[in-house]
Design a protein around this ligand. Sequence first.
Ligand code: DAH
Length: 343
Amino acid sequence: MELHQLLQEAKEKIALVSTQAELGDVRAFYLGKKSPLQKYMKKMSSLTPEERKTLGAEINAIKGELEDLVNQKRQALLDMEIEARLQKETVDVTLPGHVFPVGTMHPLKQMIRKVEDIFIGMGYSIKEGPEIETDRFNFEMLNVPKGHPARDMQDTFYISENLLLRTQTSPVQVRTLLEAKGKPVKILCPGKVYRRDDDDATHSHQFMQFEGLVVGPDITMSDLKGTLSLFIKKLFGSAREIRFKPSYFPFTEPSVEVDVSCFKCGGKGCPMCKHTGWIEILGAGMVHPNVLKSANYDPEKMQGFAFGIGIERVTMLAQQIDDIRHFYLNDKRFLQQFERGNK
Ligand code: DAH
């Protein structure tokens, strides 16, 4: 075969290939060690130096040209592959998107965040304490010695004689005071508490409370009143009033129960406030000197107030929820009603 025929044939083959693998084969055939061009090389020895020079130059030119053609073809095939992939993978932005279901923050958690925000705004720190508590912190250091009748109201789940599921968040008061070692404190503690209660629409063996505690020099009952009044207005609206009623808690003296003017009827009387115009919302009082003493504070130098709020209770009131059990059933129809509170 003449050299120019060989070149022509190779060009046609290269033009026809459609994959990188085929191109590799064609290249190996025409440019590899056993290519027909090699036969011409072998002929060289029988030629005159003049002819050798001409033939050598011709073969090199053909090799160069084929090499170029193969490279161009390789690039063209690559471009085609990319183009084909782009065609296949184009995104149709007009198609409807996938909706990924996202959970919602639980209504109790939403209330915790809201109340925490209010108190953080008043300079409080958030504290936590253990849910498995000692008898000493849960009762004794809160002025409730063994055999005290107040224990009956909070009969609980004992793990051993001195270990129990806490009945209240109040033990965090003593824990905080012991840590603060005589310094002033201002804390809010949200958390779960447990009582051996029969479950009904307003009671559950497990529920949540906020414990508030402020201790410092010259803290008085008017600080308590001002704080709770501001809190209630921020939570339930600026038109809300509060009133104090005398009460009894072993760890406060004096102790009060706090009512808020009914946010449904504004105080006129309706089924929500049982026609009294007031809704009971929390317990509070001035920290009992025995509690301060048990945490090595001198009640002559430092005083304080404390309060306890039922988180389920305020959430039920704020959202008009009629049964405490809704919070724990994980019924999506209930939970989805609070989606907007997440935003
Ligand atoms: N620990 C009380 C309870 O569970 C609530 C409470 C009342 C907490 C008065 C306080 C307080 O800090 O001062 O019933």
